[in-house]
Design a protein around this ligand. Structure first.
Ligand code: AMP
Length: 280
């Protein structure tokens, strides 16, 4: 595995490989890797000739009161995991490499960024769209792999790629969970033992909602009320519990097609998100 810090060097290598007809897969991450990240790496390894993983804790997607400075980092462990997974390139840029002096190419994240996490984390998806656009300039991959765990993020990126006609295909991969249902996340290390137990309620509320839909429930307000009941008694603050259509991420009066059921809650001081897609 080649560890590359310089954007120019990486771009040169990727362009060269592509000119030889090689298919490039790209997995952007913020590091502190877990099995969720590795599932994206595996998918890329399976579908592409070369796999690039980036590790960059992107400051522009964190709000002023969020956890940028304490976001977990462990480059040594991450690179061991990626080496073992036979990743070809690890891109580990500095903030200056991504945002050189005078940087002004901020990206409007578009209409899909308005609701859900976008409403609760102002500027978050602007930061995400900006960094991913910049990463796609540096790594002009054939396919980029994103997790359904951050479904809104993946949809915002799919929409950006369409609007900007970026020739990278976006693949959304399933959520990898702990045995008890908790979605894997780098932020799970923040949880104390008792918070970790209460955190199960996020996936629990999603499963309950999905069950209600499978049993014929179609009124989102009623389903949401059931979710709120579970979340209220187990979490410390609910940012949202929402049922929206999976394409435009808008609320529906009567559920149809494929719905995204999504939650964001604080357990202690840790903000957790999770979601499930249900075909109605
Ligand atoms: P992050 O490092 O949290 O920015 O995540 C990097 C990528 O890994 C994003 O596309 C996430 O959606 C994806 N990811 C994070 N957690 C999981 C998970 N539990 N299962 C699948 N993908 C995930």
């Amino acid at each position: 595995m080649l560890v590359v810090k310089s954007p120019e060097k990486l771009t040169k290598s990727i362009v060269e490989l592509k000119s030889k007809g090689k298919k490039i897969g790209f997995v952007p991450t913020m590091g502190f890797l877990h099995k969720g990240h590795l599932s994206l790496v595996r998918k890329s390894k399976k579908e592409c000739d070369f796999t690039v993983v980036s590790i960059f804790v992107n400051p522009t997607q964190f709000g002023p009161k969020e956890d940028l400075s304490r976001y977990p980092r462990n480059l040594r462990r991450d690179s061991q995991m990626l080496r073992k997974a036979k990743v070809d390139f690890l891109f580990f840029p500095s903030a200056n490499d991504i945002y050189p002096k005078g940087f002004c190419d901020f990206v409007n994240p578009g209409p899909l960024a308005k609701g859900l996490c976008g409403a609760k984390r102002p500027g978050h998806f602007r930061g995400v769209a900006t960094v991913v656009n910049r990463l796609f300039q540096i790594v002009p991959a054939n396919v980029a792999y994103f997790g359904q765990k951050d479904f809104q993020q993946a949809r915002v990126i799919q929409d950006m790629v369409e609007r900007f006609q970026i020739p990278t295909k976006i693949r959304i991969c399933p959520i990898v969970r702990e045995k008890d249902g908790l979605a894997m996340s780098s932020r799970n290390v923040y949880l104390s033992k008792s918070e970790r137990i209460r955190a199960k309620s996020l996936s629990g509320s999603l499963r309950h909602a999905a069950r209600l839909i499978r049993q014929g429930a179609r009124n989102p307000a009623k389903i949401r009320a059931e979710m709120m009941r579970i979340l209220k008694s187990n979490t410390d603050k609910i940012d949202y519990a929402a049922i929206v259509d999976s394409k435009r991420l808008r609320a529906q009066k009567h559920l149809k097609n494929t719905c995204l059921i999504a939650v964001a809650c604080f357990v202690g001081k840790t903000r957790l998100i999770d979601n499930i897609l249900v075909r109605v």
